[in-house]
Structures are given as structure tokens and as C-alpha cells.
Write a new protein. Structure first.
Length: 168
């Protein structure tokens, strides 16, 4: 029994590779030095480049946290069409067009000069109740990007203790 536990323990400690045991002898073969673990890379993506690479199609948040002091945890996803380019964000949500200037400093994003207008002619005009309010709250606050992935960015606002997630 002790030999089995020792063998299993070594497998967990060594990780990738192989082991074989015979009459109490254990040999361990490790992978070659040329093995690549690129898919497990922990390299952080650049926030500005990730935001502007493709349009964002969904914003998820708990709107109640921005309007009231709430202990609500009801995050809801809203369909949007949002693009970031050259310091300007353009979003279509619930048949409204929202624009703003943005500034990125390290992992922080802040917005200014927000405009909000009806745009029923845009090709992506979809009725999505409160989607425009979700985008408006995002553009009216400052956030820190806590997780940046190619198809998903999570932002945190300490002022409202709220998270906002953009997805493609």
C-alpha cells in the first residue's frame, strides 16, 4: 500500500512525464526541454489592443448596483455592438447610439464626453431592454480590468462594488 501511495505522490509531484515501478524501484522520465506549453501561457493581454481588435457583442452586469445600494447579485447579459478605436468608443444598444472618449492607463479605463441618441436605422438595431442603460452606466464610470482574455474582459468598479463583463 505504501508503494502505491508513493508512486501516486511522485506522479503528482512530477506532473507531465511518465513513471514505472517494479519490485519497489521507481524510474521517472520527464518530457524533453523542447516541450512547449504555449497554450498554458499566463502572459497578460494588452487591454487597449484587446478592446480594439474586434467588436464586443454582449455586456453583463447588475444594473441595480449602479442605481441603489443593493446586495443584489443578479447579473444580466445585454446584447450590444460596441467598438473601441483611436480613443473613441461607439456602442449600439437597444436601438440607441452611445459614443464617448476613453483613456487607458495600465489596466484602468475611464470615459468622458458621452453622447446618447436614438438610432433606429442602424443594421444592428435590436430591442434589448435596458441594454442602453447598461452601456450608459459602463461609460459613466471608471473601471479596472481584472481579467483580460481575447474574447472576454472583466472590469471592476470599486465605487459601486460591481463587475462588468464584455464578451465577443
Amino acid at each position: 500500500m505504501k508503494k502505491t501511495i508513493l508512486t501516486i505522490s511522485l506522479l503528482f509531484l512530477v506532473g507531465c512525464g511518465s513513471s514505472s515501478g517494479k519490485n519497489g524501484e521507481i524510474s521517472v522520465n520527464l518530457g524533453s526541454k523542447d516541450d512547449k506549453l504555449g497554450t498554458l501561457s499566463t502572459q497578460e493581454l494588452d487591454l487597449k489592443e484587446t478592446l480594439s481588435s474586434k467588436n464586443w457583442e454582449e455586456i453583463t452586469m447588475d444594473l441595480d448596483k449602479f442605481y441603489t445600494t443593493s446586495i443584489s447579485t443578479a447579473n444580466k447579459a445585454y446584447k450590444i455592438d460596441m467598438s473601441f478605436e483611436d480613443g473613441k468608443v461607439l456602442a449600439y444598444a437597444d436601438c440607441k447610439k452611445l459614443t464617448a472618449r476613453y483613456k487607458i492607463s495600465d489596466k484602468e479605463i475611464s470615459f468622458s464626453k458621452i453622447s446618447y441618441e436614438a438610432d433606429l436605422d442602424h443594421a444592428s438595431c435590436q430591442q434589448s431592454e435596458d441594454a442602453d442603460q447598461a452601456v450608459n452606466q459602463f461609460l459613466n464610470n471608471s473601471f479596472e480590468a481584472t481579467q483580460v482574455k481575447e474574447d472576454e474582459i472583466t472590469f471592476k468598479s470599486d465605487d459601486f462594488d460591481a463587475e462588468v463583463v464584455l464578451k465577443r
